[in-house]
Structure formats: C-alpha cells, structure tokens
Design a protein around this ligand. Structure first.
Ligand SMILES: Cc1cc2nc3c(=O)[nH]c(=O)nc-3n(C[C@H](O)[C@H](O)[C@H](O)COP(=O)(O)OP(=O)(O)OC[C@H]3O[C@@H](n4cnc5c(N)ncnc54)[C@H](O)[C@@H]3O)c2cc1C
Length: 270
C-alpha cells in the first residue's frame, strides 16, 4: 500500500480502486501528495508481505532497496513517479510495417496501436514478443505488389532554419538561428517541469520555446548521438502534447482535465 508522510493511505480518496487504479491516476496522486507535503516523499509499505516473499517475488527491487540502506520488509520506502515507457513512436501496421517500404519497427520504438493512451502493466514485453514474431513472418513472406501499411504517409518537415525564431499557428516554437548548445540536465528539467505528470498550454509553450533555443549537437560519440535523439524526441513530444488539447490517459492537461479525473471531486479537478 502507499502511505503519506503521516502514515495514512490516501489513494482511495482519489479513486475507488486505490493502489490498483490505472498507473497515470496513481502517479498523479502520488506526485500531488508529494507537492502538498512540501516535497517530502510518500511511501510504499510492503511490510505486510514478509522478507521471504519480497526477496523471491521481487529479487531486483529487494537488492536495490537493500543496496540503498532500506529493509523494505520492515519499513516503508520512499517513492516517486518516473517515466519508464514511451507511448507513441513509429506508426506501424499489425505486422510491424512502417510507411517506409522495407522499414519495420517493433517494441517500444513502435506505435502499433495496442496500448491506447495508458499502457497496461506488462503489455510492452508481450507486445515486443508478439510483434517481433509477426514482423519476422511478414518480411520472410514474398512482398506484395502494392502494400498500404495503414500508417500515414511520411512527409518531410520544413527545415528548422526556414522557421527562424518563431512560433507557428499550433503554438510549436522552432529553432532560432542563434540556437545554443544545451546540457542534458537542463533538457530533463524542462521536460519534468512542463511536460511531466500535468501539462498546460503555458507550460508547453515555455518548453517548446526553450527546446527551440537549443541546437542539436554534432554527433561525435554515443553521448552526443543520444543528446541529439533526446532533443528530437523532446520536441516531438512537446509538439504532440500541444496538439492534444484534452486529457487522455498519461497525457493530463491541467487546463482541460476532461473526463480522465471523473472520480475526484469537481472542485479539485477544476
Ligand atoms: C524500470 C522499468 C520497468 C519496466 N517494467 C516492465 C514490466 O514489468 N513489464 C513490461 O512489459 N514492461 C516493462 N517495462 C518496459 C519494457 O522493459 C520496455 O518497453 C521493453 O524492454 C522495450 O524493449 P525494446 O526491445 O523495444 O527496447 P529496449 O529494451 O530499450 O532495447 C533497445 C536496445 O537497442 C540498443 N540500442 C539503442 N540504440 C542503438 C544503436 N544506435 N545501435 C545499436 N543498438 C542500439 C539499446 O542499447 C538496447 O539494448 C519497464 C521499463 C522500465 C524502464
């Protein structure tokens, strides 16, 4: 169970399913309570399960807790929400085919359509196994004469330089000519602050402008390649979040909470 700093369970105040509510609901509630507590963490209390069960059922977590000085069989451990899966990606059909002939995408990099807006626990490994099998069968089969993957046709984006330091009609800012290099910590801070568990138009616009002020690094090694990819991905994520005005699953707009938070009192959702 999850407890606040006073030892109280609070998730059932947010959703009747308590700790078993969808993960976006639980993550937001944990984050909100952490903020209400002035940054003090909330706790996972697994003490009722006993040391033997925890060690055999969750060996990785058990080792990690003990390595950081917590005996979670005897005491609650502090927790925080964290991003651990990217929904969306390269759009594919049910055989992993993208809209580029010959290019297949499988696993977390793909958007096969099986997840919706809030990945269900343990579906990603299942998806990777099922779609890998389907993709292998598909590219072993003779190519059809005409194939429509069902994915949107890829269109080139206008080059960044063509935009200058501007914000387009959809609110997405584009690279300024005077763009500067960035530190990965800063990119992570912008994404956490404005594109995290709760988003709104002002925050997304601020994130978009900040990302546009940075220049993608020249790829020299693995680290610079990762930084370049992170900047691309961050910009795409912000652009998609700006375009999606309503709340859906893990994309929660505090300026348009919509039906996603139906189970909390209206004055809190407003
Ligand atoms: C903490 C955590 C807990 C999770 N728990 C669960 C769970 O309980 N159940 C579940 O179903 N899912 C879970 N997931 C999600 C799941 O692990 C991932 O969605 C899944 O592993 C994705 O598999 P993948 O093969 O698509 O990508 P990855 O496992 O990320 O594999 C991609 C591989 O490509 C390599 N690579 C990257 N770039 C290059 C390059 N340029 N050249 C060559 N190689 C490259 C990487 O090093 C990596 O080995 C969890 C994820 C996290 C982070």
């Amino acid at each position: 169970v999850v407890r606040d700093r006073d030892g109280r369970r609070f998730l059932d105040e947010v959703d009747a399913r308590g700790e078993l509510a969808p993960r976006d609901v639980v993550a937001r509630a944990v984050w909100r309570r952490t903020v209400e507590q002035g940054g003090e963490p909330v706790y996972l209390d697994a003490t009722a399960l006993g040391a033997a069960f925890l060690a055999s059922r969750f060996p990785g977590l058990d080792t990690a807790c003990r390595a950081t000085g917590f005996d979670w069989s005897r005491e609650p451990v502090p927790i925080t929400p964290a991003a651990h899966y990217a929904m969306g990606g390269v759009v594919t059909d049910l055989d992993g085919r993208s809209s580029l002939p010959g290019l297949f995408a499988v696993g977390e990099t793909a958007r096969t359509g099986v997840h919706g807006a809030n990945r269900l626990a343990s579906n990603s490994l299942l998806e990777a196994a099922v779609f890998a099998d389907r993709a292998v069968r598909a590219f072993a089969a003779p190519p059809p004469q005409v194939r429509n993957s069902g994915a949107d046709t890829w269109r080139a984006r206008p080059t960044e330089a063509a935009h200058g330091a501007s914000t387009d009609a959809s609110g997405v800012a584009h690279d300024a000519g005077s763009a500067s290099t960035f530190r990965r910590d800063d990119l992570q801070a912008v994404m956490w602050e404005h594109v995290g568990l709760e988003r709104d138009a002002d925050g997304l616009a601020a994130a978009s402008a900040r990302l546009a002020s940075w220049r993608a690094p020249v790829v020299r090694d693995r680290h610079s390649a990762e930084d370049r990819n992170l900047l691309d991905l961050a910009r795409l994520t912000v652009a998609a979040a700006i375009a999606r005005h309503e709340s859906v699953g893990a994309h929660f707009r505090s300026d348009a909470p919509g039906s996603a938070y139906r189970s909390i009192p209206e004055q809190e959702a407003a």
